[in-house]
Ligand binder design. Structure first.
Ligand code: ACO
Length: 353
């Protein structure tokens, strides 16, 4: 039995497809570069078409998500005072738990940028900034954090990031969303459960840890190879490397690197990350020959989120903000099948006397 259900087909979908050998992701017949050129709201409209409305457009989606942000702002008092004392990763769970069951897809997705921005500010002792519903999610999110428009190029970089990571086949979190909605639970519950699955270090919890790894190697005073070897010898996983599906370098990593370079970031750090990547891939190949453990998206994602001045503790919530529209689309697609997901287990325990 494959303990991780690898290779098991658990759903039919028109939403997205990841080809790990060729390094390709398709979202409803579009490539990721094509989606990035159109922007996040256009990608959400594409994913939700036929599931959360008909004839959806980018401008219509900007309006719907903008209205959702305004509503979410009016509800901050429901959860923010309690959540402020928690780390953003944990506080975001409270944010999603407070989303009412009757919420529309746009209201659920829009709760994240408003709530995460308010959390980042409140942890600095600042009060929340009201959304501007006319803006894109990326631009308004940065504005709600800073209190003023984001720096030149930051919103474009965040939009490129959010669109690049919007969906990736049947990831663990997406599967969780499908399982939850299949019991006829609410869409809000499916998104909350998906977020729970997402937060782990092996999945969406990785970007902050990937940056920690980079810093640890930089500050160790050791040679790059020696630090990596020491970590592998201790049985640690190298954050930002390996993927259940991709056996080649994650195709999205290069797109994020291009967005990062457009910002003209701290080049020495990028060069160092590339050195670490080469060393890690070579050491992993030596330890796990033939498993083809390559860089996944997380190192480049972390460098990009860091370059646009987002706090490391909020990387995973921001990743979730980008992925939530996919959880919603997959859940709505699953709901149509009407069949509860309930696999079987093989009992290997003791037999009653
Ligand atoms: N560092 C060290 N060893 C690793 C790593 C790694 N990053 N990745 C895999 N391995 C090891 C596994 O432990 C396994 O060893 P074993 O055969 O002795 O048990 C072997 O390499 C093969 O692993 P796979 O079957 O290819 O990996 P799997 O599909 O189980 O896991 C995963 C994929 C969870 C992403 C893994 O590569 C990992 O833990 N990576 C680090 C965390 C990370 O970067 N997560 C983000 C993923 S991207 C995303 O979800 C958004």
């Amino acid at each position: 039995m494959a303990n991780g259900l690898e290779g098991v087909i658990a759903a039919e979908t028109v939403l997205s497809h990841a080809d790990g050998e060729r390094g390709i992701i398709w979202v409803r017949g579009h490539t990721i570069p094509d989606l990035v050129a159109q922007g996040f709201e256009a990608a959400v409209a594409l994913m939700w078409e036929g599931f959360a409305g008909e004839d959806l457009t980018r401008t219509g989606m900007i309006d719907a998500l903008g209205a959702g942000r305004t509503l979410a702002f009016s509800r901050l008092g429901d959860w923010l005072p309690t959540a402020t004392r928690r780390e953003p990763l944990e506080a975001t769970r409270l944010l999603l738990a407070a989303v009412p069951d009757e919420s529309t897809p746009a209201q659920i997705a829009a709760a994240l940028p408003v709530g995460i921005a308010a959390l980042i500010r409140s942890r600095d002792g600042k009060s929340p900034v009201a959304p501007d519903p006319s803006l894109t999610t990326a631009a308004d999110f940065l504005r709600m954090i800073a209190g003023v428009a984001g720096k030149e190029g930051f919103a474009q970089a965040l939009d490129a990031y959010m669109t690049t990571v919007i969906d990736n086949g049947l990831s663990a979190s997406t599967f969780a969303a499908r399982v939850i909605i299949s019991t006829r639970a609410s869409l809000a519950s499916a998104v909350l459960g998906a977020y729970g699955a997402f937060t782990g270090a092996l999945h969406g919890g990785a970007p902050g840890l990937a940056l920690d790894l980079l810093d640890e190697i930089a500050n160790s005073g050791e040679d790059v190879d020696a630090t990596i070897e020491r970590k592998l010898a201790a049985g640690e996983r190298l954050m930002g490397f390996g993927h259940r599906v991709f056996r080649v370098r994650d195709p999205r990593a290069d797109m994020l690197r291009a967005a990062l370079l457009r910002l003209d970031p701290d080049r020495p750090r990028l060069a160092f990350a590339q050195r670490v990547e080469r060393a890690a891939v070579a050491r992993l190949e030596r330890r796990k020959p033939g498993r083809r453990l390559e860089a996944n998206i997380e190192m480049d994602a972390a460098l990009l989120l860091d370059a646009i001045a987002l706090p490391r503790g909020a990387f995973t919530p921001v990743f979730a903000m980008a992925r939530a529209p996919a959880w919603i689309a997959h859940a709505l697609e699953q709901r149509r099948s009407g069949r509860m997901i309930r696999p079987a287990s093989a009992y290997v325990g003791p037999v009653p006397a």
